[in-house]
Design a protein around this ligand. Structure first.
Ligand code: HPA
Length: 255
């Protein structure tokens, strides 16, 4: 299905992009599955649209539902274009991250307000193809401020603790960072580190989508925690994501 012929729903209240450990949205009812092909190519997986807390919600797994797409290979443009094509206007990015500074330990949920991009070699703009209009979008606030406000208000209503603010550092991956890289990121002002925050946020801005990140802290980043020698294991990451995700359902229901 091309982007032009993708079914367009006027009333998609929210689109969600799920990250590592978040491959489907529990309680999404009456699901219709779309396999869009956009002018930027094929998204990471199907877009599943259903009813969640009485509203139409779309869900897409950023790494594919079987986690087969690494961060640097995600077709961020196709993912966002597909969500826009089906009628989404606001996109909530769920990002699994490492915590760098004190308030961002494992199992914390955070809604960052800034980011620094350390990625390289990814297609980071819609203005890539010859002849396309060159866009210089404002990106001083990389996450849509009013949408962040709505997320924080929903969290408060649902009694789910979410840290308001913080700086997300987007690294290339798929390897984790060295202790020196994390020490540098801390000096730069980063509170969180993840591999998928960019170019997603910048592309969402170019596409005119409201976009915010709800970060799920899965581990202390290398050397950042109370035990600087601690090794990061996938087992711990997934266990912490699962535990922290308990707050997601209530938060999303009230968003
Ligand atoms: N670094 C980068 N990305 C991550 C991490 C990390 O420590 N944990 C989960 N995603």
């Amino acid at each position: 299905m091309s982007i032009e012929s993708a079914p367009h729903e006027q009333d998609i209240a929210l689109a969600i992009i799920g990250g590592t450990g978040l491959y489907k949205l529990a309680d999404l009812q009456d699901v219709v599955t779309h396999q869009p092909v956009t002018s930027y190519g094929v998204p990471s997986g199907p877009v599943r649209i259903g009813t969640f807390a009485n509203r139409r919600v779309a869900f897409l797994a950023r790494h594919g539902e079987g986690h087969s797409v690494p961060p640097h290979k995600v077709n961020y443009r196709a993912n966002l274009a597909a969500l826009k094509a089906i009628g989404a206007t606001r996109v909530l990015a769920l990002n699994t991250v490492g915590g760098i500074t004190e308030s961002f330990g494992p199992r914390v949920l955070a809604c960052p307000d800034q980011l620094i991009d350390y990625t390289w070699g990814r297609i980071s703009t819609l203005c890539e193809e010859p002849g396309t209009e060159v866009l210089h979008v404002d990106f001083g606030d990389p996450y849509t401020p009013c949408f962040r406000g709505e997320i924080l208000a929903a969290a408060a209503r649902a009694n789910v603790a979410v840290v308001d603010g913080g700086c997300y550092g987007a690294t290339q991956g798929p390897r984790l960072e060295t202790r020196a890289e994390i020490a540098r990121m801390r000096r730069d002002g980063c509170d969180l580190v993840g591999m998928t925050g960019m170019p997603e946020a910048g592309l969402a801005r170019e596409l005119g989508l409201d976009y915010a990140c709800l970060a799920i802290v899965a581990n202390w980043a290398a050397g950042a925690g109370p035990d600087p020698d601690e090794q990061i294991t996938l087992q711990d990451v997934l266990a912490n994501v699962e535990a922290a995700s308990a707050g997601l359902g209530p938060l999303l229901s009230s968003l």
